[in-house]
Design a binder for this molecule. Sequence first.
Ligand code: PLP
Length: 406
Amino acid sequence: MNLQLPVYLDNNATTPCDPRVVDAMVPYFTQQFGNAASRNHPFGWAAEEAVDYAREQVAQLINADPKEIIFTSGATEGDNLGIKGVFEMYASKGNHIITMNIEHKAVLDTCKHLEKQGAEVTYLDVKPSGLIDLAELEAAIKPTTILIAIMYANNEIGVIQPIREISAIAKKHGVLLFSDAVQAVGKIPVDVKADGIDIMAFTGHKMYGPKGVGALYVRRKNPRVKVTAQMDGGGHERGMRSGTLNVPGIVGFGKACELARLEMDKDAAHTSRLRDKLEQALLKIEEAYVNGDPAHRLPHVSNISFKYVEGEGLLMGFNKNIALSSGSACTSASLEPSYVLKALGLGDDLAHSSLRFGLSRFTTEEQIDYTIEQITNTVLKLREMSPLWEMYKEGIDLNTIEWAHH
Ligand code: PLP
């Protein structure tokens, strides 16, 4: 076995660049280094041509018109520009935004910011499956609602929202639909026309492209949407996002989009086969649970909680050899349980003892076999040392125990 350690299974955090993406980018650092806005010489023309080509590659992946693609520095910027941009542009129509409590912080914190600027924001709860309740969504709409912001697929549990049903509701009430589609684009078919999305943020580094580059899709027809620029300057990107374009990054992002379009089916078949193998093996461990609706999930993602296991110990058991995320987020000095898992109704203990697996087109069978073995051993070992596990095995109902509080 020539397994190289550490194994990387944290592809929802970021993916490696595909070597074909890097090859496409390299000339744009050295020979073709022009500024795409330099209209009066060949260096500028070559850069502009490369950006135009990438814009087509990006647009094609999501069935958009190239004119509807605004290049950004990534999805955090896209989320800010999409949501703040609508809030400012449509201020005369209303100030109410509907979103949900399992959105990425780039959406939630943007909404929090807008609340200080006079926005009214409704944060919808999700069902224990992680799916939005469509009736609740529709009931939340008011005459002042200008935007619904619902992510396409969640970064922690991989659950895919019923985006077409959501867009039908938005359309019926004349409300714009924004979607953070970071985790979905390039992994599953995303079609802005068929899906009825008006504004959508996505990013290069979650789909084998470079970091620091992304795009905001802004619909031009039925309806024609406008967002107020959040970055003022030279009027690049049709005035919606000023700043010299990151030409090598954009070229790489374009290439990544093209590869994703051509290889999506193959990638999804590969990752879902290995994901299912991993999941089935880990679910053989007693008291292990999948988080999020398994029937509405990205093909490469699995989030599993192991009951009666101490979360920190779980990661420490193998994190030198396997790169994964857990259900604990390092906020300041303490470990906070994931707000996404808590929103599904998990207690702190189950949220802490969860692991997020994100596979990629580069994940191998050997890596998955190794991961199954390491995690199974770690969970069993930790349980051997766990008094809670012992009590559970003795049939003591842990809910009836009165714990001493210090
Ligand atoms: N939205 C979601 C759902 C994400 O997973 C991420 C990445 O962590 C982002 C937004 C932020 O994207 P970026 O890193 O391109 O700013």
